[in-house]
Each structure stands twice: as structure tokens, then as C-alpha cells.
Design a protein around this ligand. Structure first.
Ligand SMILES: *Cc1c(COP(=O)(O)O)cnc(C)c1O
Length: 356
């Protein structure tokens, strides 16, 4: 039975991505070699890299003056690479969860960090509002989707200082106005590819302004100049990312994807709000479309494990909440079909009939 995969990351990928990558691992581009055993400098792989960058730019409508690069090290390395390349005297951070806190912690190695606002007081169950960013900050860092707590910033906004966003778990889930950002980064393993590749979209004019020496591998300019081939790129994840982008394009791009994501999320949130056994954990206006967090109502708290067991018998996997939150988390990334969300909703209804 095909599973309904709600894992938060690594997570579900389009069947197209799995099939095409499997074929290329057997025989890449008619070379008679596996994608895993061919030079990254072969013309066949260089073509993959070029097309991946081109489709990234096309699907996100990235304006002139930006570079797209693919790196190793995960989003977590970006927590340090961003300040290495952009931090002069002061940076501002919005603290909306565990990943945002980790990013902020790394920036502190470089100097003064202003925590503009935090939602830690309420277990990060909302996005703080009404904050102001110091105008002398070198950049302002946000995490658009808080994968662990299930909150999301879904509007692009104007910012007087360069805006940096960790979009690991909501990239390609909606159209974004890239021109409002100086830098966008993310690990690919949530909505794009298997683990191992990290994307960075950077406006070229924000680079080259710090005085500190930057180790070669940690310098964005190195990878821009060498078109992500300064060292060996993660070839298989990059190839898989390209397949996901092709799939996305065939689905109508990010605008169509957003419509489907809104529908999928509404289906599940409506059931969470209706079903007396469950309740949401996040302030309604800040609910994520990608990671839907909920718990059992106090009255039924003893049934948590039993519900997960029932879900498992229906092929619903990956629903356990993050260890720091508990309860349930359904990740509804682009590749998750609405039928999987419906199967979860059906299981919730059935559980209500059994227990409530
Ligand atoms: C998963 C995740 C990370 C960490 O990504 P790694 O690639 O494991 O370093 C960072 N930020 C967000 C928002 C995430 O969802």
C-alpha cells in the first residue's frame, strides 16, 4: 500500500521525482553510467545544473541581479554563512521558533544581535506583530515557515534593511516577491529534493561589504563565480530538485500550487476545529499551510497513541508532533496529494465515532 506521507523532513516528493531519479541512477542521460558515478563536470551534469538554476529563476520569477547557488551543509550552515557574508556591526532577528533561535545564536558570534520580537512566551504559537527593525542593522532575518510549531509568514513585506529569509519549509509553496528579499535560503529536503542540497538566492549587491576574511568555502561569491561547481556539488539531490521543478511547472507553477495548498490546509484545519477530540495549537491567523500542528483535547489526551496507531493502519505515517511540542503534526508539502489529507480527516472522524 502506498503510504500517506506526512513527515516534516525529509518528506514526500512527487512520484515523478522519484521515478526520474531512479532512472538516472540506473542510466543517466543515455550515458550508460549512473548519475552517481559520472563527473559533475560532464556536459550532461553541467546541463542539469544550468537547467535547475534556470527553472528556479523562472518559477520564482527571480529578477535580474540575483544569483541562485546550490551548496552543502544544510540550512543550518546558512545560519553561520549569512552573518559571515553580511554582518558588519549589527543584525536583527525575528524569533519565531527553534530554527529562528538557532539562526540567531550563530549570528551572536559576529557581534550585536537585536531580537526584534519573540513568540517564545507562548511556545511560538503565533507570529509577533508590530515590531520595528533598527535602521542601522546590516540585515533582518526571518523564518517564513516555522516547521516545528506550525506558524507561517505568508506575506512578503517591505523592509528598510536587507531582508534575509529562511524558507526551508515553504519555498515553492506560494508565489513570492523575491525583489523584497536580499537573500533567501533553505535546505531542500522539505519541499524540493532529498537531503544534501541547500539553495541560496542572493541579490549580488549585498555581497562584498564586510571586511573580515571569509574562508573560501563559506563565501557566497566563490560559489557564484564557479556556478555552484567550486567543489563537487551534491549531484543526486540537485538532479532530483530539477525533477521536482519540472513537475511543479507541469502543475501550473507556484500560483496553482498555492491554490491547492490552501485547499488542503483548509480541509484539515476545518476538521481540527470541528472535531471535539482535537484542537489546533496555533493562533488561527498565523497557521501554516505546510505544517499543521494539533493536539488531542485534554479530555481525550490518553488516546493520543491510539490515534497514531489507527492512523498507521490506514497507511498514514509521520504524524507524530516534533519532540519539543508533542501531539500531532501533519506536513502538507506540495507533493502531498489532497487524497492523503482526506484520508487523515476520515481517520479523525472515525476516531471520534469510536471514542467521543
Ligand atoms: C529543517 C529546517 C532547518 C534545518 O535544515 P538542515 O538542512 O537540517 O540544516 C532550518 N530551518 C527550517 C525552517 C527548517 O524547516
Amino acid at each position: 500500500m502506498k503510504k500517506h506521507n506526512f513527515y516534516a523532513g525529509p518528506s514526500i516528493l512527487p512520484q515523478f521525482t522519484l521515478d526520474e531519479t531512479t532512472k538516472a541512477i540506473a542510466n543517466f542521460a543515455g550515458t550508460g553510467l549512473s548519475l552517481m558515478e559520472i563527473s559533475h563536470r560532464s556536459k550532461e551534469f553541467v546541463a542539469v545544473m544550468d537547467e535547475t538554476v534556470a527553472l528556479f529563476k523562472e518559477l520564482l520569477n527571480i529578477p535580474e541581479g540575483y544569483s541562485v547557488i546550490f551548496l552543502g551543509g544544510g540550512a543550518s550552515l546558512q545560519f553561520a554563512m549569512v552573518p559571515f557574508n553580511l554582518f558588519r556591526t549589527k543584525a536583527a532577528y525575528l524569533n519565531t521558533g527553534e530554527w529562528a533561535s538557532k539562526a540567531l545564536k550563530e549570528a551572536k558570534f559576529f557581534g550585536e544581535v537585536v531580537e526584534v520580537a519573540s513568540s517564545k512566551d507562548k511556545m511560538f504559537n503565533y507570529i509577533p506583530k508590530g515590531w520595528t527593525v533598527p535602521e542601522d542593522a546590516d540585515y533582518f532575518h526571518i523564518t517564513t515557515n516555522n516547521t516545528i510549531y506550525g506558524t507561517e509568514i505568508r506575506q512578503d513585506f517591505d523592509c528598510k534593511v536587507p531582508l534575509v529569509a529562511d524558507m526551508s519549509s515553504d519555498i515553492f509553496s506560494r508565489p513570492i516577491d523575491v525583489s523584497k528579499y536580499a537573500l533567501i535560503y533553505g535546505g531542500a529536503q522539505k519541499n524540493l529534493a532529498p537531503a544534501g542540497v541547500t539553495f541560496v538566492i542572493v541579490r549580488n549587491d549585498v555581497l562584498g561589504k564586510v571586511e573580515r576574511p571569509i574562508p573560501t568555502m563559506l563565501k557566497y561569491q566563490t560559489h557564484i563565480d564557479k556556478e555552484s561547481m567550486f567543489n563537487t556539488p551534491p549531484c543526486v539531490p540537485v538532479f532530483a530538485a530539477l525533477q521536482t521543478l519540472k513537475w511543479l511547472k507541469s502543475m501550473g507553477g507556484v500560483a496553482e500550487m498555492e491554490k491547492i495548498n490552501i485547499k488542503k490546509a483548509a480541509l484539515l484545519y476545518d476538521e481540527i476545529d470541528r472535531n471535539p477530540m482535537f484542537k489546533g495549537t496555533v493562533v488561527k491567523e498565523d497557521r501554516s499551510l505546510m505544517n499543521i500542528c494539533f493536539v488531542m483535547d485534554e479530555k481525550y489526551i490518553q488516546f493520543e497513541k491510539e490515534f497514531l496507531d489507527l492512523a498507521a493502519t490506514r497507511g498514514l505515517v509521520g504524524l507524530k508532533g516534533h519532540r519539543s511540542v508533542g501531539g500531532f503534526r501533519a506536513s502538507t508539502y506540495n507533493a502531498l496529494p489532497i487524497e492523503s489529507v482526506q484520508a487523515l480527516v476520515d481517520a479523525m472522524k472515525e476516531f471520534e465515532k469510536m471514542k467521543a
